[in-house]
Write a protein that binds this ligand. Structure first.
Ligand SMILES: Nc1nc2c(c(=O)[nH]1)N[C@H]1C(S)=C(S)[C@@H](COP(=O)(O)OP(=O)(O)OC[C@H]3O[C@@H](n4cnc5c(=O)[nH]c(N)nc54)[C@H](O)[C@@H]3O)O[C@H]1N2
Ligand SMILES: Nc1nc2c(c(=O)[nH]1)N[C@H]1C(S)=C(S)[C@@H](COP(=O)(O)OP(=O)(O)OC[C@H]3O[C@@H](n4cnc5c(=O)[nH]c(N)nc54)[C@H](O)[C@@H]3O)O[C@H]1N2
Ligand code: SF4
Ligand SMILES: [Mo]
Length: 811
């Protein structure tokens, strides 16, 4: 007997047995819930011959945070069509967006990799030859052994890769740790700058993915009267039912319903503001800190700061609250803003207007609205921090609620991204212990290939050791496209990886022939998660926590195998198969991992029950960031040296004094406006336009980028303002050349006043398509052909991902 579980009908069974209609009857009515790809259920046709069908549950395992639910309808061993989540409360349905709904096209794509291959052309040329699994496994084992014997385990590096999230998803570390470990990696490509900087202000436990330091959107919905969003577009980056786009629609309704408003600050009118143009506050990219400083100026000049809060909860606002080491030097935040310290420039709205392109009066109005709001909910996406000055920008935005003392209270937020609680119901395959001490910031891998042994703690943010003792010689790349496409400066990557004496061996393991795959020495085909038993707890939705178990829906094509089995075979070459598998199949591991999770949580169904019902989920409570600290700062201090919010960080001052930085870079102890490399003021006659990026609806990064139907829905286009287009004779639909100091792309123009003049915008993740042995012009319009490889000052991250200078011409 399957027990009654909240949000899930008891009648669900794996086998539909002709009761198809009855089985979904408990699913609820979906009226009006069709926004952003969450299609109403009525659009999903019932199976014509339901009696012969089975349902296999699975999930979308790419990295957009949703992990939305699939119900594959299977007949004769082949997927017929997909239904998404139609179970339980309609507010808790993890319904797939259009990308997830195109997953069948991925599974059945003619572009699938079908067998192991070895490279026969030059790196980057894309010429491969089929080999046997045994040859592939033997070659990898031989190269691993050679690398370990010749250089040591710290010459092996597992590249950052986010293509596939699943409980048994990526056992690479488990395997390599058995062999003595591998060079470690820190940060990620999503949040590198904010992850590096914000802990200096809010404490080292502060994570960009939690509900302790950030409030949930549901809190804004319940209590806020003003939502101010910096570079945050849930309608693009948090699509699908398992994400917050639906909640965001409810936030708007609730906030406006109580007479409040939404302000969406972005260099383009993003999809979240589209249809609500009055909400858009256009800003030049990379200048949010200048806006934040001018707002601060207004709060201070008009006596609107919460001095009690600043003196009780914070360090460094004014002279009185400065740490001893920095007293008497005019180094406080207030000194910076009011022009009595640092650059001695007063950060008035008139100062900020030409930098931000926002009129001074508009800045004054926003300051007045913020200080008048009872519960301002200030929230930043990760767009503003993905800039060369992102480390200052993210802290500068957080200063807004700090100055107003609107933190830890109902309806407020800390200035971070909305909470993304990782309430994992189940864990993953244990990865064991990695004995290698050295760790590099993940974006530094290319430098570590090129000149790893020169990299130190103070010139490259190396931790664990003072200096690397090896260059990277073996690059292991599973389920990622960050060798080229998603990294930065693809032309530079090509140059460094072409020299086979540097990185001697590259393993790429994917499901399709990506641009990164062209650099592989051995290229392995993977079975998709819908082609094996899959289990995944919820993504980073704040809505619900859940777990989905099911599959395979159909057999993997060609010679595709599960990576677990292949890694067990690699372990076998070292006589370590038993240690790798512990005598268990992948299925047995999944059951064990599930049962360990269920043992901790009395509400979770049993293994037999979850196998029968596929999905278990429940709502999460709303969160108010830093509530405990606000309630009692003595009992619940922050994990900063002072236990308080550090507006001035002595640790950052120390780093600034001791690290070796690239010319023009800076690390600042207080959050300042600092233009950054290729930022404001850096355009030239040759490159007179700013250029920035954004995450696009038709792809998850480069994933789904080969599916023509999705490209047709939301095309890869250059956003350009009419003022910039007309002077260049460019009309919508024209093919353009975009050149940066790093490279050149071809892209179709979208002439629109939805972007600020002087800046062009390019959706990130398009597939790089260039003749790397010819003109290198990228006809696929990958933004990373244009980015310069320059790790950010503090976190050594991909700040350049959204900061570029370019010229545009009709091609
Ligand atoms: N300029 C610029 N660059 C960026 C960004 C930006 O905004 N601007 N964004 C950055 C961010 S935030 C991120 S997270 C990274 C993401 O970069 P990546 O982690 O490289 O993400 P994807 O491009 O989605 O690549 C995932 C790969 O996994 C493969 N894959 C999917 N399923 C499976 C599977 O089951 N098995 C295997 N073996 N492979 C599978 C897909 O085919 C795809 O090639 O990109 C970063 N790069
Ligand atoms: N559809 C889709 N969804 C995704 C992904 C995807 O590739 N496609 N990727 C997923 C992943 S791994 C991540 S990390 C997240 C990324 O989530 P984010 O990092 O938040 O996404 P971005 O699109 O880079 O930036 C958000 C918004 O900031 C704007 N922006 C860029 N620079 C600036 C700036 O300097 N100032 C201001 N005010 N605005 C700016 C952009 O135009 C965009 O509208 O999205 C996730 N969701
Ligand atoms: S791409 Fe993201 S939102 Fe779309 S179905 Fe997959 S997990 Fe859900
Ligand atoms: Mo990301």
């Amino acid at each position: 007997m399957v027990k009654e579980i909240e949000g899930h009908p008891v009648s669900r069974r794996n086998f539909v047995k002709g009761t198809f209609a009855g089985a979904v009857a408990g699913a609820g009515v979906l009226g009006g819930a069709s926004m952003f790809g969450c299609a109403p259920k009525s659009e999903e046709a019932a199976a014509p011959e339901a009696a012969e069908e089975t349902i296999a549950w699975s999930q979308c395992n790419v990295n957009c945070g949703g992990n939305c639910v699939f119900q594959w309808h299977v007949k004769d061993g082949k997927v017929q069509y997909m239904e998404s989540d139609n179970t339980g409360d309609i507010d808790l349905q993890a319904r797939a967006c259009l990308r997830g709904r195109s997953m069948r096209r991925w599974l059945n794509s003619p572009d699938r990799l079908l067998y192991p291959m070895k490279r026969v052309g030059k790196r980057g040329e894309g010429k491969f030859e089929q080999i046997s699994w045994d040859e592939a496994v033997q070659t990898i084992a031989d190269k691993l052994k050679y690398t370990i014997d010749t250089y040591g385990n710290d010459a092996i590096y597992v590249n950052y890769a986010t293509g596939m999230y699943s409980a048994t998803g990526n056992p690479s570390s488990r395997l390599l740790n058995l062999l003595g470990g591998h060079l470690k990696r820190g940060y990620d490509y999503s949040t590198n700058m904010i992850s590096a900087a914000l802990p200096y202000m809010y404490g080292e436990e502060c994570s960009p993915y939690d509900d302790v330091f950030a409030s949930s959107m549901t809190e804004a919905e319940a209590n806020s009267d003003l939502v101010v969003m910096f570079g945050n577009s849930p309608a693009e980056t948090r699509m699908g039912g398992a994400n917050i786009v639906w909640d965001f629609a409810r936030v708007r309704e609730a906030v406006q319903g109580r007479g409040g408003k939404i302000v969406n600050i972005d260099y383009r009118m993003n999809e979240s503001a589209s249809g609500h143009p009055e909400e858009w506050l256009p800003i030049r990219p990379g200048t949010d800190a200048a806006l934040a400083c001018a707002l601060a100026h207004e709060f201070i000049a008009n006596d609107q700061v919460d001095l009690d809060f600043l003196h009780t909860y914070c360090v460094g606002y004014d002279e009185e609250s400065m740490p001893e080491s920095a007293k008497g030097q005019n180094k406080s935040y207030k000194d910076y803003i009011m022009g009595t310290g640092y650059d001695m420039v007063e950060k008035t709205p008139e100062w900020a207007a030409p930098i931000t392109q926002i009129p001074a009066d508009t800045i004054r109005q926003l300051a007045a609205d913020l200080s008048a709001a009872e519960a301002p909910f200030v929230v930043q996406g990760w767009g503003p921090q993905r800039h060369t000055n992102g480390e200052d920008t993210c802290r500068a935005i957080c200063m807004i609620p700090v100055l107003l003392g609107k933190i830890g209270l109902p309806g407020t937020n800390t200035g971070q991204r909305e909470a993304e609680p990782s309430v994992s119901l189940v864990g993953g395959l244990p990865s064991g212990k990695n004995p290698v001490k050295a760790r590099i910031p993940c974006y530094e891998w290319l430098n570590a290939v090129d000149h790893g042994k020169e990299m130190t703690a103070t010139n490259a943010g190396i931790t664990g050791v003072d200096q690397l003792s090896n260059d990277i010689k073996f690059l292991w790349n599973y389920a990622g496209n960050c060798i080229t496409n998603q990294h930065g400066d693809i032309n530079k990557v090509h140059e460094i990886l072409s020299d086979e004496s540097k990185c001697e061996f590259i393993l790429v393991w994917d499901t399709v022939m990506t641009d990164s795959a062209k650099y592989a020495d051995i290229l392995l085909p993977d079975a998709m998660r819908s082609e094996q038993l899959n289990m995944k707890t919820n993504g980073y939705t704040e809505w619900y926590t859940g777990v989905c178990v099911g599959g395979p829906a159909q057999e993997a094509p060609g010679e595709c195998r599960t990576s677990y089995d292949v890694m067990a075979d690699i372990a076998d070459k070292f006589g370590m198969k038993e240690q790798f598998t512990e005598g268990k199949t992948q299925e047995q591991w999944i059951q064990e991992i599930y049962e360990a999770g269920a043992a901790e949580d009395s509400e979770m169904p049993s293994w037999d029950e979850i196998k029968a019902q596929g999905l278990y989920k429940r709502a999460l409570p709303t969160a108010i960031g830093m509530k405990d600290f606000r309630d009692d700062p003595v009992a619940n201090p922050l994990a900063t040296p002072s236990g308080k919010i550090e507006i001035y960080s002595e640790q950052l001052a120390e780093i600034a004094a001791t690290w070796e930085l690239e010319e023009g870079d800076a690390i600042n102890p207080i959050p300042m406006f600092f233009a950054g490399f290729q930022g404001y003021g850096s355009t030239t006659d040759e490159f007179p336009l700013y250029c920035s990026g954004f995450h696009h609806k038709s792809r998850t990064h480069s994933s789904f980028g080969f599916i023509p139907e999705l490209e047709a829905v939301a095309r890869q286009q250059l956003w350009i303002n009419p003022a910039d287009a007309e002077s260049r004779g460019i009309a919508s639909g024209d093919m353009c050349s975009v050149k940066s100091p790093a490279g050149e792309i071809r892209i179709e123009a979208k002439v629109t006043s939805r972007i600020v003049p002087g800046t062009v915008g390019i959706p990130q993740g398009a597939w790089h398509k260039a003749d790397m042995f010819g003109d290198k012009v990228d006809k696929g319009a990958c933004v990373n052909t244009l980015t310069t490889y320059r790790p950010s000052p503090l976190g050594k991250g991909n700040g350049n991902a959204h900061t570029m200078i370019v010229q545009v011409a009709k091609a």
